[in-house]
Design a protein around this ligand. Sequence first.
Ligand SMILES: Nc1ncnc2c1ncn2[C@@H]1O[C@H](COP(=O)(O)OP(=O)(O)OP(=O)(O)O)[C@@H](O)[C@H]1O
Ligand SMILES: N[C@@H](CCO)C(=O)O
Length: 321
Amino acid sequence: MAVFTPLTETQVASFLERFDVGALRALEGVPSGTENSTFFVTTDRDRFVLTLFEQGESDELPFFVALLDYLAEHRLPVPGPVHDRDGVALQQLAERPALLFPRLPGRHPEAPTLAQCHALGDALGRMHKVSQRFEGQRPNPRDLHWLASAQHKVMSYLAADDQRLMGDEIDAYQVAFGDASPLPQGAIHGDLFRDNTLFDGDRLGGIIDFYNGCTGDLLFDLAIVVNDWASDADGHLDRERYTALLAAYQARRPLTATERELWPMMLRMTALRYWLSRLLVVYVDPPAHDLTPKDPGEYRRLLLTRLAHGAPPLPAPVSST
Ligand SMILES: Nc1ncnc2c1ncn2[C@@H]1O[C@H](COP(=O)(O)OP(=O)(O)OP(=O)(O)O)[C@@H](O)[C@H]1O
Ligand SMILES: N[C@@H](CCO)C(=O)O
């Protein structure tokens, strides 16, 4: 469930009066999601999504609002937050920070088609092209520094082989990324899994849930996407989806020589990033609500597969039409 704070129609009707969005017709709690309370709101003019932030006041919300505003202004398929009559997006409702978004069309793809991979690669390439000029800053909270320090919280729960695997991998990333010239930087989504996109058939309705958004290596974002979108159940990369995604991305933003060199390592590092974050959810910081944690083993297998087989060749960049 993802309505942790119920709202009444009266509360929402009066909340909507702050905006120029029409009057409430229907209110519905959204069952999916794990962190925030989400509602579908229908007015006599349009359809919206209302999010209540359950973690309370956060210094980071203005960063997320600024990033979504910026990307929406640059015509990326993201829900730009609705601003009230005074131009303010970030609100309070039921004693929680609240944002109102346009409701985007579509569903989360489970088995992405090649056309969907192409559409996502294209949108991410466009996003990374403009996000390099975004002025906000929020250091990546799941970068290599985090991996190196957070690994110690889970080590005692792991078998000896897995302890060695995790420790050796992080050492290898520190050498590889420490020795390399800096990678292109910009604002990134930080968690662009299939369930953070909406597709209407093969058309990308939008990219949602930017609450892991931050600034850092663009390649980190791309590797998260490829691991989730182009892997089979056993963690092997599907060549067709891999190529569709990366060719479309590179038509918008070709990878630099350093990025190409570090690509196999980045696929491993982002696989380990989810192995570790899922282990933390299972053993160290379980969710307060009755939710089934995601399987850390999936990303351990994915890491082992990347280690054993490396990465298929990157498609050569071709220019976009
Ligand atoms: N702008 C939007 N348009 C259409 N549907 C949306 C929109 N924003 C959110 N949703 C729907 O609400 C669900 C929950 O939203 P969201 O992913 O932001 O919640 P969350 O609690 O932060 O979840 P999690 O972090 O687990 O993904 C999404 O899976 C999607 O189905
Ligand atoms: N996408 C994350 C969960 C939400 O942050 C995962 O698959 O572990």
